[in-house]
Design a protein around this ligand. Sequence first.
Ligand code: SDX
Length: 429
Amino acid sequence: MSVSASSITVDDKRVELPVKSGSIGPSVVDIGKLHGQTGIFTFDPGFTSTASCESAITYIDGDKGVLLYRGYPIEQLAEQGDFLETAYLMLFGELPTPAQKADFDYRVTRHTMVHDQMNRFFQGFRRDAHPMAIMVACVGALSAFYHDSTDISDENQRMIASLRMIAKMPTLAAMAYKYSIGQPFVYPKNDLDYTSNFLRMCFAVPCEEFQVNPTYARALDKIFILHADHEQNASTSTVRLAGSSGANPFACIAAGIACLWGPAHGGANEAALKMLMEIGTPDNVAKYVAKAKDKNDPFRLMGFGHRVYKNYDPRARIMQKTTHEVLKELNIKDDLLEVAVQLEKIALEDEYFIEKKLYPNIDFYSGITLKALGFPTSMFTVLFALARTTGWIAQWAEMIQDPAQKIGRPRQLYVGPEQRDYVNIAQRG
Ligand code: SDX
């Protein structure tokens, strides 16, 4: 696609709008000076056609089903690397050398403990509080403990805060899980890798030794890689907007967690598994596909559809393969997988889904695997947030260092009342 130049004429005044091209993907029309030169705004609720920033971290080709992290295909990173390698790649832009990887793993590992007073912070929650509510609160509270890494103008403090966020998310996530089941918190161990450490903090108990199952650890590490980043999705855009005001990184990540919780976004993995449980058997699938197509029925197939992917989400393909591998390896027969496979088959052959280009997304299969690994549905979005923290913090750091960065402040199309005078309450009918 070649876009040379563009212009707009407002009240007989022609305004040239420069076109900018990136390294790959669609070009953009720079409308930064449009209002100043014409007095009008553009209008794009949901930002369906709007680029909010320049970024070099992740690239998606929604038509081809391509996802690249710093240019590397997600399939290769998921199959050949580990999650902390992906985190390093996100933060620094290149794959680490063996020495750099060892140093990064060492530094992250030694930030996994949280301030011990966080334990008391948890006591304020009901045991049945949703773990995402706890995560929003606890991550935001981190800025109350780590004053030495909240000055965003200091590069070293930004790096320490980034390492702390990546390192402490598993610890807080495990604490939220343990608190919900009434078991004591388990401290991290420095001789375990990132994901094994997390699994042990979730499933170990003080009464006996705990050995991490390498199949579980490998599967979950791969799931974390798949969830690490995804361009300017709703939660990443939230983190960037919060960060554009100069808010500290812990507060920005807490804002991202809050946004991710929505069922249209990261909450879809929990909603998708609940949907599969509600469908129950492959025989019921056709009825639910009909509900999803019915304009008068608010029901949607959770884990289906995507703003960008108008082809199969490449992460969903890897997720589906991982689900089959984990269930086979653990000798688990989950009827919900049969429901999911049948649902996918029927939907992908249905004219409604074909015409609207609705395919399974990352959330369609992830819940079945996470359930097989022993997590309750309430923890699914917490695991998404744990992994996405790497992308959020890399995008936040990129924004802070962008010389063009300024506070985000969208405008609007006003449709309210024109100016009118106040009426004293004694005169109102
Ligand atoms: C994530 O942005 C990201 O990158 C997100 C994410 C990431 O890694 O950060 O990939 C993670 O959030 C994945 C998406 C998880 N959400 C779900 O699975 C929830 C179900 N999906 C839908 O709510 C929806 O598909 C969205 C929210 C994901 C995308 O919505 P869009 O882009 O705003 O599209 P739309 O709602 O305008 O839908 C287009 C049409 C509509 O029909 P019409 O009004 O044109 O007639 O498709 C229909 C929708 O009704 N449609 C669906 C559907 N999704 C869209 N119909 C039935 N079932 C669905 N799942």
